[in-house]
Design a protein around this ligand. Structure first.
Ligand code: TXA
Ligand code: MG
Length: 317
């Protein structure tokens, strides 16, 4: 059994992480959604390292993580609608697209030289503590190789990341699904990516919010490539039967069975529980001796919409 870190160890590791980031190197750190691969957001070379190790196309912008709203306001314009969302959900699993001020020293390559930048204040105590110790924000995508599954536990990290980058272990991610990304900079607020905060919850604050439709393949922003969040094995969604050598990612109660391996996202049909387990179970089934993963239907409401978004993208070859 791995010894549990005491308070002192956490302090020491945060100090180490701070030094590494100040020196322009990278750190893997926990957030309440998924693990992040972080670098100093004002250091162009640190950001280049993120793109390189992830094999991420440089036109796919990164999320900038801040300790509090005051530090965001130094660099960004926050309009009324964005403020309303920020007040409701920060710190937490919300990312807002905000307009960068001319005076900002955040590296332009973080956002592919665009002035609209994705910003977020994470809630995880380790992420918070790390940010509180720094004089700069952290640029961080999810800690995985580009197009692969996100990591919600340290054991999910690919060898390339684990072997080369200092990591802060924060246990299993609380939500297990990435943040919800909203652009409320103009009169037509849009959800660019569904995440841990559901459409139904956001509609209570912005009733006319639009959910960007990614089924229109021609008009995708770089990070919204159709294939994304993918296991190595082929994934077959909305399965109503399981093939002979397939593993099964099940949901709720039904007659589906696998002869190889089966994991149930939530036997009671609880979507929060399913969200927490999604990446963890996909990582496990991906390592099973099967020819592919059959996935039971997941109801398409509340967090089920986010889960189905990730499963649909993961199923594209
Ligand atoms: O929960 C999360 O959001 C995690 C944790 C670590 O914060 N981060 C995360 O980052 O999921 P990443 O890079 O894996 O996904 C961010 C998404 C990408 O699809 C990217 O294209 C989009 O956000 N994005 C970033 N900046 C953007 C911008 N300025 N405009 C539109 N989309 C943007
Ligand atoms: Mg990602």
């Amino acid at each position: 059994m791995k010894p549990i870190l005491n308070k002192n160890d956490v302090e020491i590791n945060i100090k180490k992480a701070k030094k590494i980031l100040e020196n322009g190197d990278l750190v893997i750190f926990p957030t309440e959604t998924v693990y992040g691969l972080g670098g100093n957001a004002i250091d162009e070379n640190a950001i280049k390292k993120i793109y390189k190790i992830k094999n991420r196309p440089s036109n796919n912008p990164l999320i900038c993580h801040f300790k509090n709203i005051d530090s965001i306001e130094k660099d960004f314009v926050i309009n009324d609608k964005s403020y309303e969302l920020a007040n409701q959900f920060w710190p937490g699993p919300l990312t807002l697209i905000l307009e960068k001020k001319e005076t900002s020293n955040i590296s332009p390559i973080l956002s592919n030289h665009k002035k609209f930048v994705a910003c977020r204040i994470p809630k995880h105590p380790t992420a918070q503590k790390l940010l509180q110790n720094l004089e700069f924000p952290i640029a961080a995508p999810s800690a995985n190789i580009s197009t692969k599954l996100s990591s919600t536990r340290i054991i999910h990290l690919s060898k390339k990341l684990k072997d080369n980058i200092f990591l802060l272990d924060g246990g299993k991610s609380f939500y297990g699904l990435e943040s919800t990304i909203i652009n409320a900079c103009n009169g037509n607020p849009k959800i660019l990516r569904l995440g841990s905060i559901t459409l139904e919850v956001i509609e209570k604050i912005i009733p006319n919010i639009i959910l960007e439709n990614h089924s229109n393949f021609s008009n995708l922003s770089p990070g919204q490539q159709i294939k994304h969040y993918s296991p190595n094995l082929p994934l077959r969604i909305n399965a109503n039967s399981v093939l002979k050598d397939e593993a099964l990612l099940n949901f709720g109660t039904n007659n589906l069975k696998s002869e190889i391996m089966e994991l149930n996202l939530s036997t009671s049909g609880n979507l929060e529980e399913a969200g927490k387990n999604l990446y963890d179970f996909l990582h496990i089934l991906d390592n099973s001796q099967s020819i592919g993963i059959a996935v039971a239907p997941v109801p398409d409401h509340n967090l089920g919409k986010t889960i189905n978004d990730r499963l649909t993208r993961a199923s594209k070859s």
